[in-house]
Design a protein around this ligand. Structure first.
Ligand code: ATP
Ligand code: MG
Length: 453
């Protein structure tokens, strides 16, 4: 993309309405525009990051054997009356009446709808296990929408639902989700710690939230500092292997890590040596639940078991805050000049800054880099505007591309361009060909796993 043809409405001033850094930087970098309280338009740069996050989620869900689908945002209230949640959900649910006077709602989550699909089409244990998921907009009429996309009213969520014959199988689905979520967050350059949590209106007996540590987080968390040292890394995972998934779940959840809802001071003190006790704040970026037959029983989602008897299926649901992640990643990765995107989610792989736009040699070198990076399957953002170098650098730093290639007449005389790392600020001089090869190598581990679903 050439910046002269892009839509990047950056703001010079700090917007007064933004209280936290991610909200401020998303507005300043021209990523979002508020349209009503807690409701945002995603401008091209923000939308690109959102799509990158979605793609990672799809890739990891497919890898775990889960099936993508899409359910409507507007749903009939009748289904929600069956589960009893139409009244129980409270004021967070946006209720709408259509022209025929029928009660509708904007989906805050989709357990009822998916259970209805399941009971319509699945009748035998032979069709299990089954896990379906979607990435779809949700609406919750939050009492206090704030912090930009972190607590919106309309927000994008990945929500997945597993259907299993037995509790044992459903617990495997729980562990499988935990492992796939760990991998998903790591690919985004994030550490999200699974913490024992409370199940809230979803209900159920087992649940973990994934928290990104950040001072601006809305959750209070208590943990053993040793949990922050565990990484999934590039392990080979067989998502059908119950023992392997359980072992990873245990490895990541054995140490004390809880949100304030389940925190137990006595257990904390007894289990964690004083020097490792941490009390901090975190951003909830996902949650997994096992809730057994809570929805399948009242809604009649049963299958015929191996012995011929009808049994309600064991279910769980699993959510990732897709739009919230954009803010969470910025909270975890920025400096005073702007955003620093992790390579896995960056909107463009590399910036190209032309220090002397209009100089034949500099222009030609930039064009060469631009097409070579494109041919290598990478997306560069070429700042081809007639602007001062300082202004070009400031824009690149603000929008946070992890790598920048700077091209100017002085370097070109020596046959070099400069490759700069956004996070360390370190630069090295390389031939244009070597710079392209280097950027290609950097992104090698971030190649798509499979084409998007
Ligand atoms: P919270 O406690 O933050 O209100 P929740 O526990 O009610 O969230 P879940 O039902 O677990 O939310 O939804 C799955 C994920 O969706 C959450 O982990 C979070 O990342 C995201 N999410 C929930 N509410 C919002 C919101 N208002 N704005 C943006 N993302 C949200
Ligand atoms: Mg939650």
């Amino acid at each position: 993309m050439r910046l002269s043809r892009y839509f990047l409405p950056v703001l010079k001033e700090n917007p007064a309405e933004a209280q936290i850094v991610s909200h401020r930087l998303m507005l300043r970098a021209g990523m979002i525009k508020q349209s009503a309280a807690g409701i945002y338009s995603w401008l091209p740069l923000g939308f690109k990051v959102l799509r990158r996050i979605e793609n990672i989620i799809h890739e990891e869900q497919l890898r775990a054997g889960h099936l993508p689908m899409l359910m409507p945002t507007l749903q009939s209230a009748d289904l929600w009356r069956e589960s009893g949640r139409y009244d129980a959900y409270g004021e967070e649910m946006l209720r709408i009446t259509d022209r025929h006077g029928r009660d509708m709602l904007y989906t805050p989550t989709a357990e009822e709808l998916i259970t209805d699909i399941f009971r319509t089409h699945v009748s035998s244990y032979r069709d299990l296990p089954l896990t379906l998921y979607q990435i779809q907009w949700k609406f919750r009429d939050e009492i206090r929408p704030r912090f930009g996309v972190m607590r919106g009213r309309e927000f994008l969520m990945k929500d997945g639902y597993n259907f299993d014959l037995t509790r044992e199988d459903a617990l495997h689905a729980y562990n499988r989700h935990l492992v796939s979520y760990l991998r998903t967050y790591e690919r985004m350059g994030l550490q999200a710690i699974p913490m024992r949590a409370d199940s809230g209106p979803i209900g159920g007996e087992d649940t973990h939230e994934f928290l990104v540590l950040a001072e601006t987080g809305e959750s209070e968390v208590f943990y053993d500092s040793a949990v922050t040292e565990i990484r999934l890394g590039a392990r080979d995972i067989d998502y059908d292997d119950h023992d392997q998934c359980r072992a990873i779940m245990e490895e990541f959840t054995a140490l004390y890590a809880r949100t304030d809802e389940t925190h137990d001071e006595a257990a904390f003190t007894a289990q964690v040596p004083e020097a490792r006790r941490r009390r901090a704040r975190g951003i909830e970026v996902g949650q997994i639940f096992y809730f057994g037959t809570k929805y399948s029983e009242p809604m009649g989602a049963t299958v015929q078991g191996p012995d011929g008897a009808q049994v309600p299926v064991h279910m769980g649901s699993h959510g990732i805050g897709v739009s919230r992640l954009v803010g969470a990643i910025i909270e975890a990765s920025h400096d005073e000049s702007g955003i620093i995107w992790p390579e896995g989610v960056t909107p463009f792989h590399c910036g190209i800054v032309n220090l002397r736009q209009g100089d034949a040699q500099a222009d030609a070198a930039c064009e060469g880099l631009y097409s070579a990076l494109g041919a290598a399957g990478l997306e560069p953002l070429y700042d081809d505007r007639e602007e001062r170098a300082g202004a070009k650098f400031a824009t690149m730093d603000l929008i946070g591309l992890p790598w920048r290639i700077t091209v100017g007449p002085r370097g070109l005389k020596k046959g070099v361009v400069e490759l700069t790392c956004r996070s360390t600020g370190e630069s090295e001089e390389l031939s244009p060909e070597a710079a392209v090869a280097r950027v290609q190598e950097i992104y090698e581990p971030h190649r798509p796993v499979r084409p998007g679903a």
